[in-house]
Design a binder for this molecule. Sequence first.
Ligand SMILES: *Cc1c(COP(=O)(O)O)cnc(C)c1O
Length: 438
Amino acid sequence: MTIYNKVQRDIAEKISSDTTGKNWQDWKWQLKNSINTIEKFEKLSGIKFSDEQRRKLDKTLDKFPLSITPYYFSLIDFDNYENDPVFKQSFADNRELIIAKSDLKDPLSEDKDSPVPGITHRYPDRVLFHISNICSMYCRFCTRKRKVGDTDFIPSRAQLKLGIDYIKNTPGVRDVLLSGGDPLMLPDDYLDWILTELRSIDHVEVIRIGTRMPVVLPYRITDDLVNMLKKHQPLWINTHFNHPREISRSSKEAVRKLADGGFPLGNQSVLLADVNDCPKIMKSLMHKLVMNRVRPYYLYQCDLSEGLTHFRTPVGKGIEIMESLIGHTSGFAVPTYVVDAPGGGGKIPLTPNYIISWSTNKVILRNYEGVITTYKEPDTYEPKFCNRDCENCTLELDLNEATESQMLGIQKLLSDENDSISLIPNENERYKRREEHI
Ligand SMILES: *Cc1c(COP(=O)(O)O)cnc(C)c1O
């Protein structure tokens, strides 16, 4: 296979004259030779920035450092680099210094929802476990941009033990999402240790790894890595393709290895202005992903992190894209479009409206073509009163602890067992006034 094409050979030779094809596919060589200065970028690309451009770029890099793997760099089309989606995702833009009024330092309040260092515990049954503070490259649209480059380290075993112990002592956690940074920056044996520790916890049913390696450094997916990961099934892997141009021979090979290893693969994309904010590009990306056995999982609305103003689109663009996917293509090629709620409310799914109207006996719906249809509600449905007295229930539910857990949010409002009739925000002026009157 000619992964090592002419463009890549030229780049490799400019980096060091004794490079061989083998080096190029060595992920550590790629990391060691990352493009992290403007000089190096100019030297390898042949682009020369003006003094004025340089001055601005230096200022941007002071705040948000640069780092691109030679592999990802090799995907840039230098004949048209200013419009290139790979260039835009990896090279600094002066507009990163613009701070909008709505920008937040930690938009998802990940630091606030952190019971111990490294853990974000937001949902009842799953946690985010940050096991690495480093990435193979710095994506310009990173939601954790505030942290990029200033805390580059791999947490020690003692530090990670805090997170592992938290999970061990929190029986409600059945799903652990390894994130970072990029978890696959850790050496195989270190990752093996973490996975072994997590697997030894009875209530941990599923482990997930979120990584951008198949996109930006596909050579990290080695046979050794896959063989090590296989010991820790069930393991789900989510990657992060944003544009069809990122799907190359090398990245296909990486996801093939993972799929053949038996890991269900998902993809999380971020909606990015001037990169992929187009129904046609998105549909093509989704089709390429499923052809490579990667199931589109989420399409994210761009977060309110600092330095991302130029990447943000209106929510309407996301809805328009969903409108062009749902019904128009295979159901499994359609991701869920989500806004990660500022302040830490978690992911909120958004779709176009398909319910047009409703009465007690009919629902009026429309399909993807605009055909309007009626669904007749059943006349005979007897609402069942549920007081959670499962022993005497005719449904014969075998309830285990997980489903007995406390009910939350809308689920609670819908249940008969609970007397609440509304959910009220903590700081509701009207309710405060009521309290004052009592
Ligand atoms: C996204 C996320 C999860 C996982 O959410 P899913 O919808 O289950 O994929 C868990 N914890 C945090 C803090 C998250 O941001």
